[in-house]
Design a protein around this ligand. Structure first.
Ligand code: MN
Length: 554
């Protein structure tokens, strides 16, 4: 293991070093306190937005049946809930319902069979949320059946833009200058444009804005879009509002149910809400998570309990799969491969991701479906390795039924009769392409945290850069040559966590390694370099290191 330090200028104050790495001009106070009004891009700059509003008005006037078609993840669930709720409560229009694809049976996006079903239900307008930009054929099919479509999406187009009444998407908008919106933000923009079009007064418009902002910001955090520009302003404002208790009641009871400690930060949503909502569509159906938002009081508690149960099941399946896959890791090979009839298709991606993270090698985990005579799963790899190059290799490509994905995460399907050949081809390819040097983990660290940097003032300034996420990563520090004086295990759930007592010059601090209880033997007292993030210690006061790596050369 080695590390590279991005800024090594110890004479610069800590915050300035961090700003320099992020190319942020210190004079811009605006970055620390971003105002939505400053960053907000006019929704009317989105493609086809006026056409979308016109068609919606027409549908309302003629009392047409409208169907929202959504995707199953957090972004899809919040998008559809918002749009549905807006029609029901603010537009007072009830002739609207929602339909979603079943993850395992239907795959991603709208299919002709959904459109047939809608025809039977006498739907004449479909509004897609968080999907649709690739549904070129389906849009034509819908128009053949005299069903109009408004597509709202934030994904990039692959083929031609679908022929629809309106395609609202920042990626196809010439004038909209920010591409990082999530699906829920596109819906939020549509909602705001409708409020402006209807000439609602300032008070009503701001009520609408405040009501949906928490959901949009949550989706922004969950959907891995960059936390920059208007996204950053919205998420930052959301955290302020939410910490004042201002949020829709359905959302508030979700947070209460999970007993999240205040103050709420972006990572609470990332670690606590996101996995629960996602477990629903991966293990059961997306309706289970949608119902959490749609219901209230005792009904909502029932749905929250169901989600909790689904999530516990998800964890059990995941833990068992990780254990099995770990036992099968062959250190000689440069790619990790694990297949089983026991794996649930909804969790293989986590197993592949964990294995790849831990071993710093590509990892493929496939769930075997004996009925269909095929194996489906997920492929993850560290940044040094190109998955797309491997999947496009002639020997490998021909053995695959289907594959798709982006950057370092891909899904693939193979016929069982080709599985052995595919394994051999993966092994051969990776032996050839991955050098022993590649396998030495290189951690990119923002800067060294020296003894002088450890003051309340300096450390408090790190928070000014928050909220952290994609496009604005939480700073990663190295503390060199510290002395570990005590290694202990903190039991919670699972294998527990590792807590280190550390001396860094004259400072004493704690380092927590979450979920590393099972690897406690790899830590020992003595000299070490520690790499991790710095966070306020909400329990004991002061600061602690959230450890990611511990380098000990004994
Ligand atoms: Mn999305």
């Amino acid at each position: 293991m080695k590390y590279t330090v991005l800024n090594d200028e110890p004479t610069l104050p800590l915050l300035e070093r961090l700003l320099k790495i992020r190319n942020i001009d210190c004079a811009i106070n605006d970055f620390f306190d971003p105002k939505i009004s400053h960053y907000w891009v006019d929704p009317f700059l989105l493609s086809d937005i006026k056409k979308a509003i016109q068609r919606i008005e027409q549908a309302i006037e003629k009392k047409e049946r409208i169907m929202i078609f959504w995707d199953y993840d957090v972004d899809g669930v919040t998008s559809s809930y918002m749009l549905y709720h807006f029609f029901q409560h603010f537009l007072e229009y009830k002739n609207i319902s929602i339909m979603y694809p079943h993850r395992r049976h239907d795959g991603y996006g709208i299919k002709n069979k959904h459109i047939d079903e809608m025809k039977q239900k006498e739907i004449s307008l479909i509004i897609t949320v968080d999907n649709g930009i690739t549904s070129t054929k389906e849009a034509l099919y819908a128009s053949d059946l005299w069903i109009d479509m408004i597509i709202t999406d934030h994904h990039e187009k692959i083929n031609d833009i679908p022929v629809a009444v309106a395609v609202v998407n920042p990626h196809v908008s010439d004038d909209y200058n920010f591409n990082g919106l999530c699906g829920a933000s596109v819906v939020f923009k549509l909602i705001n444009a409708i409020s402006t079009h209807l000439q609602w007064d300032k008070q009503k418009k701001s009520l609408v804005f405040q009501y949906y902002l928490p959901l949009v910001a949550f989706a922004t955090v969950a959907d891995c879009v960059p936390l920059t520009h208007e996204n950053r302003a919205m998420v930052k404002r959301w955290l302020e509002l939410i910490n004042k208790g201002e949020m829709p009641s359905s959302f508030a009871s979700f947070i209460k149910y999970l007993k999240i400690k205040w103050p709420l930060k972006a990572y609470h949503f990332w670690f606590l809400l996101w996995p629960r909502i996602n477990a629903a569509w991966r293990i059961a159906t997306s309706y289970d998570s949608l119902n959490v938002f749609m219901t209230s009081w005792s009904k909502q508690i029932e749905h929250l309990e169901k989600i909790e149960w689904i999530n516990t099941e998800r964890k059990k399946l995941q833990d068992a799969a990780i254990k099995k896959a770990k036992d099968e890791v062959n250190d000689e090979e440069k790619i990790i491969l694990s297949t089983s009839t026991d794996y649930h298709a909804g969790i293989v991606w986590i197993v592949a991701w964990r294995l790849s993270e831990q071993h710093y090698k590509p990892a493929v985990v496939l769930a075997i479906d004996e009925e269909k005579k095929e194996a489906t799963g997920s492929l993850r790899a560290p940044a040094y390795f190109s998955i797309i190059d491997m999947l496009q290799d002639d020997t490998i490509c021909g053995l695959l039924e289907r594959f798709g994905g982006h950057q370092q995460a891909w899904g693939l399907t193979v016929k069982l009769k080709n599985l052995k050949k595919l394994q051999d081809a993966f092994y051969a390819y990776c032996q050839k392409k991955i050098s022993d040097d590649d396998l030495i983990r290189n951690i990119i660290v923002d800067t060294k945290l020296s003894e002088q940097d450890i003051t309340n003032n300096h450390l408090r300034e790190i928070e000014k850069l928050a909220p952290f996420g994609i496009g604005n990563k939480e700073p990663l520090f190295v503390l060199e040559d510290v002395t570990i004086t005590k290694v202990s295990k903190v039991w919670r759930n699972g294998n527990g966590h590792v807590k280190l007592h550390v001396e860094h010059g004259k400072h004493k601090l704690q380092a927590m390694f979450w979920r590393k209880g099972g690897d406690i033997d790899s830590f020992s007292e003595g000299k070490a370099h520690l790499i991790g993030n710095i966070q306020a210690d909400d329990f004991n006061g002061g600061w602690q290191l959230i450890g990611q790596y511990c380098i000990q050369n004994d």
